[in-house]
Structures are given as structure tokens and as C-alpha cells.
Design a protein. Sequence first.
Length: 51
Amino acid sequence: MSGLAWLIPAALFLGLIGLGAFFWSIRSGQYDDLKGAAERILVDDDDRPLP
């Protein structure tokens, strides 16, 4: 029973940290341009020829 008294607050604390990080990433614009990031990997912008 004493283990639960330690694990439940630890789990709640870690969950709040994860939720805070998620809201921070939304506020900082991490998810603004999902389509551009998906298409950027397909663009071949190497200007130098292959040897």
C-alpha cells in the first residue's frame, strides 16, 4: 500500500509534465505546417551531380 502512495503522485506529476510539454509545443507552432513538412522530404534539392 505504501508503494501506491508514492507511485500515484509520481504518475500524476509525470502526466502533468507531458501535458505541459504538449501544450508548449502547440503554442510554439510545432504543428502549424504539417503538409509542408510531409512534402519537404520528397523534394530533391541537391544541386551537385552524382560522381
